[in-house]
Write a protein that binds this ligand. Structure first.
Ligand SMILES: Nc1ncnc2c1ncn2[C@@H]1O[C@H](COP(=O)(O)OP(=O)(O)O)[C@@H](O)[C@H]1O
Ligand SMILES: [Mg+2]
Length: 336
């Protein structure tokens, strides 16, 4: 059972709320069981005195196992939960530090400040940031969005969290509401188009569409009024995993393929998560294992962050080695 919690794959991809609550309950039982095992191993007396505790933990594990049946946890199921219940993003940084990405931020800001439009009839230029999940696309978009030069440059900025629930009406409503505080429902696309054109007219705007999944050309066609409403220099910044999305957005030349996080930034992020009290010097035996774990994360910020947090309460070399040597790393590779 312990292996289940130690699974980096699980930690990274579990997005389902009920499943997460169940896992955290299970984790508590697991820690108790681990502590008990530790006591067994150091106690030379007969272990009868622990009988009640063993029974209690067994009972808790059985209950948890029963409860867990409803999640139908098998490999395929877990991996496909990736797109469920995605956490909404916003343009704000919530008290967190960003490591590295200085060069990338400069490059994106430069693209945003350029006066270029696409070749097609003066449409707002679309800049898609593309890369695998957890790499830091949203974070980079937030960095650029909050840059003071960018803030000065645009008359109007709006952040729209799109996710796999692509809903063109919602996107339009968010834009209208952000600019005019108008909360009207606008039942038809036609009325929405008219209103969106009205609010964006004569404005140099930046619209961020974060986490776009749709590869349906019809969806993109419906979004066009957002591209054509403003004045020169207006931009659409899009984050997406798929390059197809960038192609559909008619911007193959301005596609920004985000690379993995630098080695130094990865290490800083990991240390921040695994040693939040700044006590890494007290654990010289864990550091080399931590470095090996980080190098297996392939520069994916989300994986590093999740593993750092997972290792935070663990302070024995054995526990860190179990994570480093977990077979789930291989699974991750074969599943990409
Ligand atoms: N450079 C970074 N420094 C610190 N944390 C980061 C960095 N890049 C990403 N993260 C964190 O990693 C997680 C995934 O990043 P995110 O930007 O949401 O990735 P993506 O949008 O590519 O899926 C987030 O929790 C984010 O806070
Ligand atoms: Mg994102």
């Amino acid at each position: 059972m312990a292996d289940l919690f130690l699974s980096p794959v699980l930690v990274v991809i579990v997005d389902n709320r009920a499943l997460r609550i169940w896992l955290s309950k299970l984790k508590e039982v697991d820690y108790e069981a681990e502590t008990l095992l530790l006591l067994f191993s150091v106690d030379s007396l007969p272990n009868v005195k622990y009988a009640d505790k063993v029974k209690e933990i067994l009972h808790a594990l059985e209950m948890a196992a029963d409860e867990g049946l409803r999640f139908n946890l098998n490999k395929g199921n877990i991996v496909h939960r990736e797109s469920d219940g995605r956490l909404e993003t916003s343009s704000f940084f919530l008290d967190r530090e960003v490591f590295g990405r200085e060069r990338e931020k400069v490059e994106i800001v430069k693209l945003l400040l350029s006066s270029e439009t696409t070749t097609i009839g003066g449409e707002a230029q679309c800049i898609p940031i593309v890369g695998m999940g957890g790499l830091g696309k949203t974070t980079l978009a937030q960095l650029a969005y909050n840059d003071h030069e960018v803030r000065r440059h645009f008359d109007f900025q709006v952040w729209v969290f799109v996710s796999d629930q692509f809903d063109v009406k919602n996107i339009m409503r968010t834009v209208i509401h952000s600019l005019s505080k108008d909360n009207s429902h606008y039942p038809t696309l036609d009325t929405l188009y008219l209103e969106v054109r009205g609010v964006l007219q004569n404005k140099r705007y930046l619209i961020v569409l974060d986490d776009v999944w749709t590869e349906n050309p019809d969806d993109w066609d419906k979004l066009r009024p957002l591209f054509t409403a403003g004045i020169d220099g207006s931009k659409m910044l899009i984050t997406a995993r798929s390059k197809k999305v960038a192609l559909l957005a008619n911007s193959p030349n301005s596609m920004y393929c985000l690379k993995e996080l630098s080695k130094d930034a990865c290490w800083s992020l990991f240390v921040q998560r695994a040693f939040p009290q700044g006590d890494k010097e007290n654990h010289p035996d864990l550091l080399p294992i931590g470095e090996q774990i980080v190098s297996k994360c392939g520069g994916v910020a989300l994986a590093i962050k999740a593993l750092g947090s997972l290792l935070k309460p663990k302070r024995s070399v054995r526990e860190w080695e179990i994570i480093r040597d977990s077979e789930l790393w291989n699974l991750d590779e074969s599943e990409n």
